[in-house]
Design a protein around this ligand. Structure first.
Ligand code: 6XA
Ligand code: ZN
Length: 343
């Protein structure tokens, strides 16, 4: 399977995020992509390929123009106001307040377009995020050309980013952008399977009213885990998308036995939808050793996960999402891909 990877991921290297009441070094850091690339190299994957630049048009198919404009200038505006330090929001809208007027000040707009204080905008955020989207789009191009699978080693990740909001380390929704590209390339229906530990609230929001795109997610139950306000089982879509959203929340402590049963449910729903292609939001933060997550998958379980995904029997684009146990991340991600290939 071909792997798309851009060196520009390095340009997103935040200094700190707000976590458990403290400013701590960012968990979402360049070493994550490096260790995955190195592992794939070690086990004999073909050399990674740089993605083709795809420009703004495929991003505008998914994200609001005003939001994309904000992302492109946010850093410059922030530095003019506050100096050369990571841009983090501090205020958000609450019930009874109003968001019909977009604030003029950069601090107001950071709050307007975000939902957490864990996602710093830096000098290189826009370039890194667009390079990740280009990797996802290049992977979609390979599926459009007939490949059985591809892997987009995206950094920063994407599944928390919505049409007009960022958060959870995500700015552009790489998986949704790829899914839309597959639709635009002739796929009548696409499915997105999200196996990251966290609910992909951005992907859900983007696809919410879409009957041509199924979103299925296994994730930690939002009653106890980030992003808290999205990911419940009764969120099933609306309008043309009613019934095309399946959330499968799982409790803290979930191990492979329980996870595998739920993955079977997910696979059954995807098969019944009969899509032409599958995009997998591949987070490996379901790993027992992950520093910010509370599932208990073992490294060998990721081989089984890859085989189960292969069993769905669709052309499949894997898109990198979370996973913060950096030392083991390369093995865990490579296990999913080899489990898929060897099935
Ligand atoms: C809160 C946790 C962010 C989770 C990011 C992630 N700071 N999402 O891995 O999939
Ligand atoms: Zn995650």
């Amino acid at each position: 399977m071909i792997v798309f990877y851009s060196e520009e991921h390095r340009l997103q290297s935040g200094r700190s995020e707000l976590n458990d009441g403290q400013l701590v070094p960012c968990y979402e850091k360049p070493a994550r992509a490096d260790i995955v690339r190195d592992r794939l190299d070690t086990i004999g994957f073909d050399p990674v390929q740089a993605p083709e630049p795809h420009g703004l048009a495929p991003l505008e198919r998914v994200h609001d123009a005003g939001y994309l404009a904000f992302l492109q200038t946010a850093w410059t505006e922030w530095v003019e106001e506050h100096g050369d330090w990571d841009a983090l929001p501090l205020n958000w809208v609450a019930p009874g307040m109003h968001r019909r007027v977009v604030p003029r000040s950069i601090d107001g707009r950071l709050g307007y377009y975000s939902f957490d204080a864990g996602t710093p905008i830096t000098a290189g955020t826009w370039r890194a995020a667009t390079s990740a989207a280009d990797s996802a789009l290049s992977g979609a191009d390979r599926l459009r050309a007939g490949d059985r699978s591809a892997f987009a080693l995206c950094r920063p990740p994407g599944h928390h980013a919505g049409k007009a909001f960022y958060g959870g380390y995500c700015f552009l929704n790489n998986a949704a952008i790829a899914a839309q590209s597959l639709r635009d390339g002739g796929a009548a229906r696409v499915a997105v399977l999200d196996v990251d530990y966290h609910h992909g609230n951005g992907t859900q929001e983007i696809l919410w009213e879409r009957g041509d795109a199924l979103f299925v997610s296994l994730h930690a139950d939002p009653v106890e885990e980030f992003p808290y306000f999205s990911g419940h089982a009764d969120e099933t879509g609306a309008g043309a998308g009613e019934g095309a959203n399946l959330n499968l929340p799982l409790p803290w402590g979930t191990d492979w036995a329980a996870y595998a049963e739920t993955l079977d449910v997910a696979a059954g729903r995807i098969r019944a939808f009969a899509p032409d292609a599958l995009v997998v939001s591949l987070g490996a933060d379901t790993y027992g050793g992950d520093p910010i997550s509370r599932f208990r998958l073992l490294s060998e379980d990721f081989l089984r996960m890859g085989a189960a995904i292969a069993g769905i029997g669709l052309p499949t684009l894997f898109v990198m999402e979370g996973g913060y146990a950096v030392d083991d991340l390369g093995v865990n991600v490579a296990n999913v891909l080899t489990g898929f290939e060897d099935a």
